[in-house]
Design a protein around this ligand. Structure first.
Ligand code: CO8
Length: 264
């Protein structure tokens, strides 16, 4: 794992033995997601993905902002030819290819690309202070990193249309009621990160192979028709009987003891 000094716009640490914490750290710009910042997130994700000790990742920002969107100042003078031919912001897709689970711990603003970044994670935990939104329409653009797709899957067409077309923000409470976040944690500074780390530790204590298979199977529910998804689920289920972790998990249950997974 890299030390914090490797990065300019994020901090990385390992607050629990098997958990990587990535903290966006561009406070003056409310963690606006500039290209250099996104490249650093990608590098930190690569490092966590390639570190055999890491079983889960937490991505967070500050109390004031998870991220207030893509960097508007970086984008404002760009021309069509440039954004199109360079596939501008294609480096936002790396996070969706990570095989280890990622929990977004959201406090404050998660707007535009910030909301999309949270939605690209596997689980979202929100502080009561979290404010979500897709305000791109106010800038003369539309969401470009999943805001029209993942948000619609998560909260349904009518609500997604309202949010995307009016550009209005929505609260942590609404996000919870609509199913965008798995839950809103209690009040207090740092509480959402604490809860996310606890959840990440729990996930990291399971067998890595079954965790990865479970993530792939759940994600396929977004990509595949039901019949294909069910087929993939079975294809992922059967080979788990070739793992030591399956023998250990079921053996431990029968012997009334805690399973000790060895990830093989
Ligand atoms: N980009 C750049 N700078 C920003 C951004 C941003 N998204 N958000 C805030 N900042 C900067 C401000 O310019 C300000 O800088 P300075 O002090 O130098 O003037 C500083 O952060 C603090 O912001 P404010 O003074 O505005 O703070 P307030 O508390 O008054 O307001 C808000 C907070 C409401 C969050 C406000 O800053 C705001 O509305 N920000 C913009 C929100 C927004 O429109 N986000 C969407 C951006 S577009 C986008 O995300 C498209 C994603 C497409 C991805 C495609 C991938 C393929």
């Amino acid at each position: 794992m890299s030390s914090q000094s490797t990065y300019n716009f994020i901090l990385t640490s390992r607050p629990e033995p098997n958990v990587s914490l990535i903290t966006l750290n561009r406070p003056k710009a409310l963690n606006a997601l500039s290209t250099p910042l996104m490249l650093e997130i990608n590098k930190a994700l690569d490092e966590a993905e390639n570190d055999a000790d890491i079983g889960a990742i937490v991505l967070t920002g500050s109390e004031r902002a998870f991220a207030a969107g893509a960097d508007i100042k970086e984008m404002k003078d760009k021309q069509f030819a440039e954004v199109y031919t360079s596939d501008f912001l294609q480096n936002w897709t790396r996070i969706t290819q990570v095989r280890k689970p990622i929990i977004a711990a959201v406090s404050g603003y998660a707007l535009g690309g910030g909301c999309e970044l949270a939605m690209a994670c596997d689980i979202i935990l929100a502080s009561p202070t979290a404010v979500f939104g897709q305000p791109e329409i106010n800038l003369g653009i539309i969401p470009g990193a999943g805001g029209t797709q993942r948000l619609t899957h998560a909260i349904g067409k009518s609500r997604a249309m309202e949010i995307v077309l009016t550009g209005r923000n929505f609260s942590a409470k609404e996000a919870e009621a609509w199913g965008l976040v798995s839950r809103v944690v209690g009040e207090g500074e740092g509480e959402v990160v604490k809860e996310a780390l606890k959840m990440a530790s729990t996930i990291a204590s399971k067998g890595r192979i079954s965790v990865q298979a479970a993530k792939e199977a759940v994600n396929s529910a977004y990509e595949l028709p039901l019949g294909e998804g069910l087929r993939l689920e079975r294809r992922l289920f059967h080979p788990l009987f070739a793992t030591n972790d399956q023998k250990e998990g079921m053996g431990a249950f029968a012997e009334k003891r805690k399973a000790n997974f060895t990830n093989n």
